[in-house]
Design a protein around this ligand. Sequence first.
Ligand SMILES: Nc1ncnc2c1ncn2[C@@H]1O[C@H](COP(=O)(O)OP(=O)(O)OP(=O)(O)O)[C@@H](O)[C@H]1O
Ligand SMILES: [Mg+2]
Length: 289
Amino acid sequence: MKKEKKLAKLSPLKVKKHSVHHAKKYPVIHIKKHPALKAKKHSSHRQTRPKAHHKENKRVPTGIPNFDELMEGGFERNSTNMIVGGSGSGKSILATQFLVEGMKHGEKCLYVTFEEKKKQFYDNMLEFGWDLVEYERKGLFMFLEYTPIKVKTMLEEGGGTIESFVLSHKITRIVIDSITSFALLFEDELSRREAALSLFNMIKKWSCTSLLTSEEEPTGDKKLSSKSLEFESDSIILLYFVREKNQRQRYLEILKMRGTKHSKKIYGFEITRSGIVVEKNPPSNIQID
Ligand SMILES: Nc1ncnc2c1ncn2[C@@H]1O[C@H](COP(=O)(O)OP(=O)(O)OP(=O)(O)O)[C@@H](O)[C@H]1O
Ligand SMILES: [Mg+2]
């Protein structure tokens, strides 16, 4: 009894010292091995991380205000995601904002484009405070002007120069802006779908999280040129720019996201001086069709 009282007064460190001799008699001293204590000491160690954090780490945040909250914290790591919208709907801005979020945290990012001209693109993005020249200088941003044919060749070669580039630079986020002209290289639905699958599998193999933009009105009919890409992608984000009375309003919707409990609502968003900001609450009545 006396010894028990004495032990209770001891600090965890002292308890540890005594525990060697008294382990059998005083099982209470196991407190020094409590996982919470271990986790505090070695918080970076994977096995000691609480489960909830582990799940969070599987998500790749976009940094777009009020957007990540709609999809369990961000895109799934190593997923391929489609951003579908008409001309001027905000695809390139959203995709770049996603890369900037990564670069802010030291991630290396690749922007592959078939259409955007580098100088104009950099100037446009600087409007939001995103200094791509500076990120490029730091070795975090890489801008690649590529043709759809070259992407096709890359697939046929099983990776080619892009693959060695991505792997040697340890790139973690990729944007392909846009994928539409690539999809149009394939005449029939089956070969288009096969190409989509091999492209997506290749990006996954590189351990990258990717956004692929697709130019089409999300409200269009079923003859979408990149429909097959959408079937193969892990998620689809639709961007709308619809006319309401005498002005247009922007909306965003998560149409699908594998393995994610995502919002089914349609949210308004604005393109502000610091990029896209999604409205916190969905509007009560909108009509999009
Ligand atoms: N600095 C800015 N501030 C506010 N809005 C802007 C700014 N720059 C562009 N926009 C808006 O964003 C639109 C262009 O967005 P973005 O380039 O992302 O569209 P997109 O969907 O990629 O279009 P496209 O299919 O033509 O490539 C412009 O038409 C304009 O309405
Ligand atoms: Mg664009």
